[in-house]
Design a binder for this molecule. Structure first.
Ligand code: DC
Length: 224
């Protein structure tokens, strides 16, 4: 039987990636955290495409997209992102990447470039992709679509704890402002904005634990 294709979209810090990872393990699917791809391109831009004012030169980045090779590799039984052969899983979580990723994710050139990578992986079936536009643009024919949301207070708390666990110093108020700012840019951009697909199941997990959210999602997935 063909394995399903599952799309999980939603706001930052609703637990999309960690939830998708566990569901993928339970169902024997391949998981792709598509936010990591946008972060990978942002990290590339910050290290290769800065102008004299240390700002990202978008025209330079668009010219260099062909030099970017992004792949997920199995590393110590975790799928981690490699950029041009280097493990960048830590670097893509930095504050500098978080502060610039929405600008990069607004660019049509970047989205078209990453669209191909995402669709190629999904073509084989048996995948779960998490992101912002998976159910609406990348995989409109996905077998199952979910859209995750949670209150800004709860999402701030989760991101703050995540950064802490990664050893990244941060200020809670700054984390909150970054989330609000990114939500706004992600939802208001013209290309593939963050939006719930009409046929996606909405899940507000403000008061749900990770395991409760997973159980709820699994309860909607049949025939596996
Ligand atoms: O999920 P995340 O926080 O790692 O995502 C990083 C950024 O990438 C986020 O600001 C929105 C963008 N993104 C996107 O535009 N489309 C996706 N499919 C995934 C992420």
């Amino acid at each position: 039987m063909r394995k399903p294709v599952i799309a999980i979209d939603g706001y930052s810090s609703t637990g999309k990636s960690s939830i998708s990872k566990i569901i993928a393990e339970k169902l024997g699917l391949f998981h792709m955290d598509t936010g990591a791809l946008y972060r990978g391109v942002t990290y590339f831009a910050l290290t290769n495409c800065l102008n004299e004012n240390s700002e990202i030169n978008l025209a330079d980045l668009f010219q260099k997209l062909d030099h970017i090779n992004l792949e997920f590799r199995n590393f110590n039984s975790e799928l981690v992102l490699f950029l041009n052969g280097n493990n960048v899983s830590m670097e893509i979580r930095s504050n500098a990447v978080a502060a610039n990723v929405s600008l990069i994710a607004c660019q049509k050139e970047v989205r078209d470039f990453l669209l191909n990578i995402q669709r190629e992986i999904a073509q084989q079936g048996g995948v779960i992709l998490d992101g912002r536009d998976i159910g609406t643009v990348v995989l409109p024919n996905a077998d199952y679509k979910f859209f995750l949301t949670a209150s800004i207070d709860e999402r701030t708390r989760r991101r703050f704890l995540e950064l802490q666990s990664l050893g990244i110093e941060s200020d809670e108020q700054e984390v909150r402002e970054n989330l609000v700012h990114r939500d706004k840019i992600d939802s208001e951009r013209t290309v593939a904005p963050l939006r719930q697909a009409e046929d996606a199941i909405l899940i507000d997990n403000t008061n749900l634990s990770k395991m409760e959210t997973i159980a709820l999602i699994l309860s909607h997935i049949q025939d596996i």
